[in-house]
Each structure stands twice: as structure tokens, then as C-alpha cells.
Design a protein around this ligand. Structure first.
Ligand SMILES: Cc1cc2nc3c(=O)[nH]c(=O)nc-3n(C[C@H](O)[C@H](O)[C@H](O)COP(=O)(O)OP(=O)(O)OC[C@H]3O[C@@H](n4cnc5c(N)ncnc54)[C@H](O)[C@@H]3O)c2cc1C
Length: 405
């Protein structure tokens, strides 16, 4: 059996690549291999802020593509994805974050996106749980949304299927087949498949496969976690997403409850060698993140005072691929042919999925990447050992010190 493009991993990246590739190359054969179920690892666990405008400007065109493609897929399937276009508030309470906000507004306008400053009173009207006394500036970007990440991922896979992509679930890739420095296919639990191009889109496990091609992939699995409160009147269903850089926290409505996440003082990381293939029963935290939350709760309570006594109903955690500079790690590996790496999502994979899908579909078809991936270069950290404790700690530190969403 032979495919033009073989994608390892059926998370949102693998599904998005399959969508764009089949859309742009209708005569070619693409196979996606997923050892569990589609979109059931990091993807279904995401808080799914589809952040459009960031101070890391090179992410923006990728996210804009996500917003562009959603109506395209809704039309194809004749179904709504029910994106929640509630907008985002950025609350800056320090000089440095106020400066970042000025920069953010500038970037929003550069990309033709609406952005304005709003008063504390207005912010509290929109989000009654929010305390704004310490805010120096609050920006509101009404064009931003959150979504159901599983739906977005499976919209990509369903549309790709309609266009001829083949998805095989329950099939594990055991080995990348290399001939000299060229990827020529894979060995799976159900036999070998040859392919002109192999794309690794295996999320947290990608370094294991990349190592088989001699690549020390610069990323590490780092846990993200969030909580969902009980329902309360102070959490209106259609209130905006709120980013609190001074508390290193974010929040968004979740059907009358509040979903909120923090950057813990020390983020939990694990070697890709030690993560089970199926994380459904993996214990990300024996106390459901309570010790981590307690460590930073006073910082969060400056903006969300009822966090001290609100009931917590749900805890969600998962692994994303982090890097020391919080930039994606993806593209064409140096010195290896016919292998592409759609990896290192730095906790932004839902937002950037459209751009990532399009970029890799074009690269797999032998065409130029429509986006600037220079910041995401796989070689930018030099030679690294992605399994060493020192490397894992470097990547975990990048998450725990991250202030943006
Ligand atoms: C708690 C949490 C909150 C988040 N919040 C946000 C957010 O608000 N906004 C945002 O944009 N992003 C967010 N993210 C990040 C987002 O979920 C990820 O960036 C995105 O899902 C990555 O997609 P992926 O396809 O790379 O990985 P995954 O979804 O993990 O998919 C990889 C797939 O590869 C498969 N696989 C691995 N190895 C093999 C193999 N050998 N053979 C076959 N299959 C294999 C796995 O089973 C898995 O299904 C969050 C993540 C978490 C965990």
C-alpha cells in the first residue's frame, strides 16, 4: 500500500492537515493513522480560546486562517460549529503589562481587527465576577471567540473524509521507515505503509518518532490544567473571555459556570518515554491541581475574589508540547527528506490549527509555505536531548513563567 501523504496522529493538527491537503490536491491519497480515537488526547481537553491577536505577531496569520476556515467547513457539512464569539478582555495591572496591551492594540489594528479600551465599570458589567480596581488599562477585542475543540478537530476530519482522506483509528505507528536520510513510510501495528511524505503530528509523543529519524525534537510534554466552577449568576453565559496577565490566569464562560486556568509555580512535565499511549486514565494530579491553585490563589483573587469560596465542579488537564521560548516547533527538519514535523503546539494548537493545516498541506504538496515559520525553526536551540531532565525542566519553566493567553 502507498499513500502520497501519511499523517501520524489524529489530533487537531493531523486532521487539519488532512483537510487542507485533500481540498487542494483532490487526486492524491492521504492516510491519517491514530492509535486511539481522533481528537481525544490534547485536543478534546483544550480550554479552546481561539486567540486571534497576540503580541507574538507571527502566530496571528495562523489563527486568522482558523477563523476563515470555520465557515468554509460549516458550509461543507451544513452544520454550525457554534463558535462563541464573545470577545476577549485583557486586564493589565502593571506597567509592563500595560505596555504589552498598547502593543497588542497596535497589532490588532495592523491586522484590521477591532480593539478598544474599556472602563473598569464596563468590564464589570460584562463579567460581574471580575474585580477591576487594580487595572491600569483594560482592552476589549470583540472579534475573538472560544469553541468546542473536539468539534473543531472533528469538523476538520469529517470534511477531510468527504474529500477522500482515509482515517484509521486504533492503528499505531511503531516506526518511521527511513532510507538513508529520507522518510519512505511507516511500520504500524497492522503492517507497513509506504508514502511519498510522512508528517509527524503526534502531539506530546512526537519526540519519540522524530528520534527515529535522528532528530532531537526541541519540545517537551508539559501539563496544562484548568477548573470549572459551579453555576452562578456572576458568570453570564455570553460574557467575554478574560485574560489576566498579572495573575498569569485566564477565564471564560462555560454554560453559566466559569472555566479558569492558571500558570502554576512549577509546571509538571514528563518525558515522552514515560507518558502512556492512552492518557484517558493518566493521573495528571492526585489532588486535581488544588496544591498548585492554592499557591497562586491570592494573586488570582485580586481579580476574581470569589475564587476563595466558589464551588469547583470539574478539573481538566492534559499535555501540550512546550518549548523554552514559547514559540511553536514545527516545519521541515534539517537534513531529513520527505518528513515534516507538525509538532510543539505550545498550548496554542486550537487557535493556530487552520494555519498549521494549510502550511503543512502546502509543504506536503511540494509548494512553498504560505506563512513565515522562521520563529518556529526546529534547529533554533542547536543540538538538544528532548528526553533529558534538564531539557524537560527548561520547557516546563517556559510555561510557568508565561503571562499571555
Ligand atoms: C488543558 C489544556 C488546555 C488548552 N487550552 C488551549 C486553548 O485555550 N487554546 C488553544 O489554542 N490550545 C489549547 N490547548 C492546546 C491544544 O489542546 C493543543 O495545542 C492541540 O490539541 C494539539 O493538537 P495535536 O494534534 O498536536 O495533539 P493531540 O491532540 O495530542 O493529538 C496527537 C495524536 O497523536 C496520536 N499519536 C501519538 N503517537 C502516535 C503513534 N505512534 N501512532 C498513532 N497515533 C499516535 C495521539 O494518540 C493523539 O491523538 C490546551 C491544551 C490543554 C491540555
Amino acid at each position: 500500500m502507498k499513500a502520497d501523504v501519511l499523517i501520524v496522529g489524529g489530533g487537531i493538527f493531523g486532521c487539519a492537515i488532512a483537510y487542507y491537503y485533500t481540498r487542494n490536491n483532490p487526486d492524491k491519497k492521504v492516510i491519517v493513522l491514530e492509535r486511539n480515537e481522533l481528537c481525544n488526547s490534547a485536543t478534546s481537553r483544550a480550554a479552546a480560546l481561539v486567540t486571534k491577536i497576540r503580541t507574538k505577531k507571527h502566530f496571528v496569520p495562523l489563527s486568522l486562517e482558523t477563523y476563515r476556515v470555520i465557515p468554509e467547513m460549516e458550509k461543507l457539512l451544513g452544520e454550525s460549529m457554534d463558535m462563541k464569539y464573545v470577545g476577549v478582555m485583557h486586564v493589565a495591572a502593571s506597567e509592563s503589562n500595560e505596555a504589552s496591551l498598547t502593543e497588542l492594540i497596535k497589532i490588532a489594528r495592523e491586522f484590521g481587527q477591532p480593539a478598544e479600551y474599556i472602563s473598569g465599570e464596563k468590564a464589570q458589567q460584562l463579567s460581574p465576577w471580575l474585580r477591576t480596581e487594580e487595572a491600569r488599562k483594560i482592552a476589549f477585542l470583540p472579534g475573538e471567540a472560544y469553541c468546542d475543540p473536539y468539534l473543531l478537530g472533528t469538523f476538520f476530519s469529517r470534511c477531510a473524509k468527504l474529500q477522500g482522506a482515509e482515517f484509521r483509528q486504533g492503528v499505531e505507528v511503531e516506526k518511521i521507515l527511513m532510507e538513508n536520510n529520507t522518510a519512505v513510510g511507516v511500520v504500524t501495528t497492522e503492517g507497513s505503509i509506504r508514502a511519498d511524505t510522512v508528517v509527524i503530528a503526534a502531539g506530546a509523543w512526537s519526540p519519540l518518532l522524530a528520534a527515529q529519524a535522528g532528530i532531537g525534537l526541541p519540545m517537551a510534554p508539559v501539563r496544562s490544567q484548568y477548573w470549572i466552577t459551579e453555576k452562578k449568576d456572576i458568570f453570564p453565559v455570553n460574557s467575554p473571555i478574560v485574560l489576566l496577565p498579572d495573575a498569569q490566569a485566564y477565564a471564560r464562560p462555560e454554560g453559566g459556570s466559569l472555566l479558569f486556568g492558571i500558570r502554576e509555580k512549577k509546571s509538571f512535565t514528563a518525558s515522552p518515554k514515560n507518558i502512556p499511549a492512552d492518557i484517558s486514565d493518566f493521573s495528571f494530579s492526585p489532588d486535581k491541581g488544588m496544591a498548585d491553585l492554592t499557591e497562586v490563589i491570592d494573586k488570582l483573587a485580586r481579580f476574581f475574589p470569589s475564587v476563595y469560596d466558589v464551588g469547583i465542579k470539574f478539573y481538566v488537564a492534559g499535555f501540550s508540547g512546550y518549548t523554552p521560548d514559547n514559540n511553536l516547533t514545527m516545519g521541515v527538519p534539517p537534513g531529513v527528506h520527505h518528513l515534516l514535523l507538525a509538532t510543539g503546539c505550545v498550548g496554542a494548537g486550537i487557535s493556530v490549527s487552520g494555519g498549521v493545516g494549510l502550511a503543512f498541506a502546502e509543504l506536503a504538496a511540494g509548494r512553498p509555505n504560505p506563512f513565515d515559520f522562521s520563529y518556529f525553526d526546529i534547529a533554533r536551540f542547536g543540538q538538544i536531548d528532548p528526553f533529558s531532565p534538564a531539557w524537560l525542566d527548561r520547557c516546563a519553566l517556559a510555561r510557568s513563567t508565561k503571562v499571555s493567553g
